[in-house]
Design a protein around this ligand. Structure first.
Ligand code: SF4
Length: 242
């Protein structure tokens, strides 16, 4: 959840990207499985009754934090129905987030008219090779996501955001790639659930944040801490010698 969000709304749930660190899947397949909404666990589902939801002016609503609503498997009709509902609340802002931002391009005519959405992409790293080698996710590669977000910018979309969470080790060109997207804001944070991901050291993340800010990008910090491998090393170094 992002600090500036007022509420979440889940007209679509479920996801097939299979990210190794997914907390939504774990929640949907355990505690929430007993509820009617998640009786299918994390299988993609559309919840028509959510289209009765009403939103207040000036709210920032995070749409489908329990899904990737823009996954290749999501029927076009589901997306159109959600976007039509969003258009009924022009004074509310809706934050969309995906690991498949190329799909925004498919809906660019509708999204262009809506005017009250922020198009977000999770881009945990720019190192697609490392991403593949570690089997992080079946989602489109970080490179593909960066390209899709830059194309949206070329099409005139300016209300863009990037979530670098959970942050993974990245190349020296990462800040530049994010700057080319020119997002309204960026969230950065480490994994919260102890997955032992290929994390960059804390100093490197600090430099990234400073670099992004020096380029005029608004950065919100989430969990910022030493990488798990640094903590392990620190613990070893601090052990009393016998
Ligand atoms: S894209 Fe998001 S919802 Fe889908 S598996 Fe990955 S972390 Fe979970």
């Amino acid at each position: 959840m992002f600090s500036i969000v007022n509420r979440t709304w889940n007209p679509v749930t479920g996801c097939l990207h299979g990210c190794v660190y997914c907390w939504s899947r774990r929640l949907a397949e355990t505690r929430l499985r007993r509820t009617k909404k998640y009786r299918l666990g994390f299988q993609p589902a559309f919840h028509g009754h959510e289209l009765r939801a009403r939103f207040r002016p000036n709210e920032l609503v995070f749409v489908s934090d329990m899904a990737d609503m823009w996954g290749a498997w999501v029927p076009r009709e589901w997306i159109i129905r959600v976007l039509r509902h969003i258009a009924k609340f022009p004074r509310t802002t809706f934050l969309l987030l995906t690991k498949n931002p190329a799909r925004y391009l498919e809906f660019r005519d509708v999204l262009g008219k809506t005017g009250n959405v922020i198009l977000g992409a999770t881009i945990e790293t720019d190192d697609s090779e490392m991403y593949r080698e570690h089997g992080i996710s079946r989602a489109p590669s970080p490179d593909e996501r960066i390209r899709a977000m830059s194309r949206l910018r070329d099409y005139g979309f300016t209300d863009l955001m990037v979530s670098i969470e959970p942050v993974l080790d990245f190349t020296p060109g990462f800040a530049e790639a994010i700057a080319e997207i020119d997002p309204l804001f960026v969230y950065v944070g480490y994994d919260n659930y102890g997955h032992r991901l290929p994390e960059p050291p804390l100093g490197k993340v600090g430099s990234l944040i400073r670099d992004l800010r020096s380029r005029g990008i608004l950065v919100y910090e989430k969990t910022i801490r030493p990488a798990w491998h640094e903590r392990k090393r620190n613990k070893r170094n601090n052990r009393p010698r016998q």
